[in-house]
Structures are given as C-alpha cells and as structure tokens.
Design a protein around this ligand. Structure first.
Ligand code: FAD
Ligand code: EPU
Length: 346
C-alpha cells in the first residue's frame, strides 16, 4: 500500500473544499490498515478515517494521516426462513448495498436509499431518513482500536445509538476504526411508510395498495432528488445542522408566535419534541442566502452549499452566523451534524 505525502483532499469531500493532508493512504484490507497505523505511530501523526467525505468540513490542511477506508465485501453469515445476517466491509458504498439487498430480497434499509457515503460511516451518526435509522437493522460491528492495535466487537447496546448519535461520535477522532458492520435484514417485506412526506408520495404513486420495498426505495429516491442538491453538481454535505430537540415549554412559547410548526416525535424521550432546523432557518430568512461562494440551498435552509471555491473557513463562518441568528431569534442552539475537521484533528 502506497502512502502519499501532501495529498489533495478536494475530490475526497462532497463540500469540494480545498484542503491537503500531510499523508494519505487507501486501505483495502486488514494488512493495509495495520501498516497505516504503524506509519502514524512511527511518524507521530494524528489519524483521520475518511469514507465518502459526505459528512466532513475541512477548515484547513490536515496535519496527519488520512486513511481512506475502502475495505470491500458482503458476506452472508447466517440465514433462516425469516432473516439474514450480512457482514459488510466498511468501504462498501451504502447506497449500492441498499440496491444489492433489494435485488437479493433482503429488506429493512430501503428507506435509507441514496444516502451518500460508506457502510463504515453509517454507525457513526446512526444514519437515518424517512422513518428508519441504521439502529433498526444493526446487529454488531468490528473496529480496530488505534492505541492498542486490537480488534473489538460492538454489539447494538454498546453503540448507544440515538438521533444522529452513537458512542463513536464522542471518542477521540481516529481512536476506533470501523472495519465491518453486520446488519440483520428481513426476508419478508416490512414497509415503514408513516413518515408524512413518504406516505404522501406513495399514496400519489400507488393509491391505497401496500407498496413493495422497491416501490418504497423508488419513492424515497424521488423525494430526495427533489429536495436535496446532488453534491456532484452543487457541493454540499446534506443537513449541516441536526434538528434540535426542545422541551414542551419552549415549544409552547414558539407555538404562541407561529402556526403550523412541523414537529417530529422523539422516541424514548417523553415531553421532548424535535423540530426542523430547516424551518427555524427558513423563518429567519436564510434560504438561498450567500456569503461569497458559501451559500444556503435555495430549496432547503439547513443545507449549506459551495457555489465554487468556498473555503472551509468561509462555510464555517456562514454556519456560525446562521447559528447566532437562530439563537437570537428563537433561543435555540443549533448543533452541527457535519464533522468539522480543524488543525490537529478537529
Ligand atoms: P465521511 O464523511 O467520510 O466521515 C464522516 C465521519 O465518520 C468522520 O468523522 C469520519 O472520521 C468518520 N468515519 C468514516 N468512516 C469511518 C470508519 N470506517 N471508522 C471510523 N470512523 C469513520 N445522513 C443521514 O443520516 N441521513 C440522510 O438522509 C443524509 N442525507 C445526505 C444527503 C446528502 C446530499 C449528503 C451529501 C449527505 C447526507 N447525509 C445524510 C450525511 C452522510 O451521507 C452520512 O453521514 C454518511 O454516513 C457519511 O458517510 P461517509 O462515508 O461519507 O463519511
Ligand atoms: N422546511 C422548511 N424550510 C426549508 C426546508 C424544510 O420550513 O427550507 C420544513 C418542511 O416544510 C418540512 C420540515 O421542514 O415540514 C422538514 O423538512 P425535510 O422533510 O426536508 O426534512 P429535514 O428535517 O430537513 C431530515 C434529516 C435528513 C433526512 C430527512 C428525511 C436531519 C438533520 N435531517 O431533514 O437527513 O434525509 O429528514 O428523513 O435530521 C442529513 O442528515 O444530512 C439529512 C439530509
């Protein structure tokens, strides 16, 4: 495996932000990963794992080793009449996995179609969309602990999955490198169609009939294509901020001032309500605004976009202004969903 010096990361992040890594390598097998780790120790470099780069914002050059995760493989570990256990290499593309599963008749992740990125990154923020989260189908994962060089298995309960959250988001960056993810999928369709936008789209397409998993995936893909910019045309990282979870009292205060605030339930947190960051930002007038080449998408106020040549610092400055405006107007602190990588590890 080759280790490159002074490597251009611009094509490796979907914000298309210019940044260089002091060192860079692509790992395709376990031996590559161990070699990368040994190199980082020997050279005393911090380490950053990168999948598809669809949830990172580089603020400046990265002063360490970027390990591009490309370990492949889909292995059927067990199968009975009802379910299948699939162990998937961290470097597999998530959307390709969803499509492969549909072709094989393995169900449960069709609502997560078209989410960019790798399988290994999916547990980091417990990817979610249209009523399903990774946690719903997650069985376990294996990860290499950088400090000890040992491999560990994490069962579902070890991962502390929450909304856009897991135990892996809170450690030191580069501490745990996920190498495989095991999913438990169903052999019978289990349509999850109660998410309002999805429900409406399916009703429009198929009336009252129960949709097939392929039809659910097709509807999700169509909704996503109509709402979210394609990073290949307009560089972005999806939602820049998480949707804030607020308490009843804050919600009552907001409701007194605004009609028809879109709300989402928060499972396992009674009395808490999730409201869209996009709605707050839209109300505060951010949709379509620009600060130089850094901008807010004209259809989706929570999506920051790079109109061409914006630096990470410019995008971050825009994000900070948006946070300040929402805090000032609504008293709500927006938290970034995107991982901000700054200087010695971010
Ligand atoms: P990267 O951006 O490469 O990395 C993200 C983080 O995970 C970094 O901190 C990185 O160090 C760490 N990491 C990556 N791989 C590993 C590994 N193997 N081991 C340890 N750490 C690792 N997300 C959703 O949840 N729902 C959506 O609907 C959604 N829609 C999106 C739409 C668009 C247009 C875009 C651009 C993004 C969207 N996202 C969404 C965000 C993004 O797709 C997910 O967060 C995805 O899981 C990121 O995968 P990645 O491989 O690109 O990760
Ligand atoms: N809305 C506005 N203004 C806007 C955009 C949206 O008022 O500019 C309103 C819409 O009318 C709607 C509500 O906000 O009532 C929610 O909008 P949308 O359905 O587009 O979803 P979202 O809350 O913005 C979340 C996730 C997405 C995920 C979709 C579908 C977060 C931070 N974002 O978006 O995930 O795909 O729901 O489940 O939770 C991502 O994480 O990168 C991502 C794209």
């Amino acid at each position: 495996m080759e280790i490159f010096a002074d490597f251009d990361l611009t094509p490796c992040n979907t914000f298309a932000v210019a940044s260089r890594a002091r060192a860079f390598c692509t790992v395709r097998e376990q031996a590559d990963l161990l070699q990368a780790l040994a190199y980082a120790v020997e050279q005393d470099l911090p380490l950053l794992v990168l999948g598809g780069g669809s949830n990172v914002l580089f603020i400046d050059d990265y002063p360490g080793l970027v390990v591009h995760m490309a370990m492949p493989g889909i292995e059927r570990l067990e199968q009975d009449d009802n379910r299948v256990l699939l162990q998937v290499g961290a470097g597999e593309n998530w959307h390709n996995l969803v499509m492969w599963c549909l072709r094989k008749g393995f169900y449960g992740i069709e609502n997560l179609a078209l989410i960019p990125g790798t399988v290994g990154a999916a547990p980091i923020q417990n990817i979610g969309a249209y009523g399903v989260e990774l946690a719903t189908v997650f069985a376990c994962l294996t990860a290499l602990e950088a400090n000890s060089g040992e491999f560990w298995t994490f069962q579902r309960d070890d991962c502390q999955f929450g909304y856009r959250d897991s135990v892996f988001k809170h450690g030191r960056p580069g501490e745990l490198i996920i190498t495989t993810v095991t999913l438990q999928l169903s052999l019978a369709p289990v349509p999850v169609t109660d998410y309002r936008t999805l429900h409406e789209e399916l009703e429009r397409r198929h009336g009252d009939s129960v949709p097939s998993p392929q039809q659910v995936a097709d509807a999700v893909i169509a909704i996503r294509q109509s709402k979210l910019p394609d990073p290949a045309r307009l560089p972005n990282c999806g939602s820049f901020f998480k949707n804030p979870v607020i308490d009843q009292a804050t919600f009552q205060t907001l409701s007194a001032r605004y009609d028809r605030i879109p709300v989402f339930p928060v499972p396992d947190q009674p009395g808490q309500i999730k409201i869209p960051a996009a709605w707050l930002l839209d109300q505060a007038g951010w949709k379509g605004r620009r600060q130089g080449a850094a901008g807010v998408h004209r259809e989706q106020a929570v999506v920051l976009v790079n109109h061409g040549g914006a630096s990470g610092a410019e995008l971050l400055a825009l994000a900070r202004d948006m946070q300040a405006a929402v805090l000032d107007r609504f008293g709500i602190a927006l938290e970034p969903e995107v991982r901000i990588v700054q200087g010695s590890g971010g």
